[in-house]
Write a protein that binds this ligand. Structure first.
Ligand SMILES: Nc1ncnc2c1ncn2[C@@H]1O[C@H](COP(=O)(O)OP(=O)(O)OP(=O)(O)O)[C@@H](O)[C@H]1O
Ligand SMILES: [Mg+2]
Length: 226
């Protein structure tokens, strides 16, 4: 299998007043196409910082990063959003749905940004919602759905444009254990269908669903443990 994500010496420093915080301290990390990888670690260890760099939402202070053969750090900032839209779907702990829009409108929104014609995007959005078992909730607003259902809408939004990589940062963090298990079984099904999944969590039972588990500790990555 080819390497979809390849990082070398990734470092991220934040300055806070006079202090320099080394959020990431020389990360070497690779993810193969079609794999299911988890990163666990304590609060503040640098997991989200790494995820944001992998997702091209942030750039490192130093290091090298190749995503699907693209040398990400050589691209200007305005090209990064293009790459991000094509290659990566995001799922966050807090769902990040737009309250005034229905489920299907939320899923369609990133497709509108991609300039996709209405009929095509409606079809992709409906397919994605069906994929997460919410065909009969397409016209519900977020406040008419449970937390688990809202997270399933967020997964549908992440996969609608069929990006090769799905990044999930604490996707079960706000959910009860039963809804959390449902979300994990959807991620496992997507993996079985060929999606590359990268999961960030502080919960080792959630991480157990992955093929490889890395541990983040004080900005350094150890593992894999599996
Ligand atoms: N924008 C920022 N400015 C300054 N420091 C930051 C910023 N973002 C993160 N940090 C610091 O970088 C370190 C890593 O933070 P990060 O959010 O990556 O941790 P995390 O592992 O995701 O934690 P959690 O499990 O609580 O989500 C922490 O010390 C944090 O305070
Ligand atoms: Mg975090």
């Amino acid at each position: 299998m080819e390497e979809l994500i390849r990082m070398r010496g990734i470092t991220k420093w934040y300055s806070r007043g006079e202090n320099l915080i080394k959020a990431l301290d020389g990360i070497d990390f690779s993810v193969r196409a079609g794999s299911f990888t988890a990163i666990i670690g304590a609060s503040g260890s640098g997991k989200s910082t790494l995820m944001n760099i992998i997702g091209c939402l942030d750039i490192p202070t130093a290091g090298q990063y190749e995503l699907d053969g693209c040398d990400i750090l050589s691209f200007p900032e305005n090209r990064l959003s293009e790459i991000r839209n094509k290659k990566i779907g995001f799922v966050f702990q807090g769902f990040h749905l737009i309250p005034g829009l229905s489920a299907v409108e939320n899923v369609e929104l990133p497709l509108i940004y991609r300039g996709m014609p209405r009929a095509e995007r409606r079809e992709l959005a409906a397919d994605a919602l069906e994929r997460v078992g919410l065909k009969n909730r397409m016209n519900h607003r977020p406040n008419q759905m449970s937390g688990g259902q809202q997270q399933r809408v967020a997964i549908a939004r992440a996969i609608a444009a069929r990006p090769p990589v799905l990044l999930a940062d604490e996707p079960t963090g706000n959910l009860d254990s039963r809804s959390g298990r449902e979300i994990m079984s959807i991620l496992q099904e997507l993996h079985a269908e060929g999606k590359t999944i990268l999961l960030i969590t502080h919960d080792s039972t959630v991480a157990d669903h992955a093929q490889k588990v890395y541990t983040m500790c004080d900005g350094r990555l150890k593992g894999p443990a599996v």
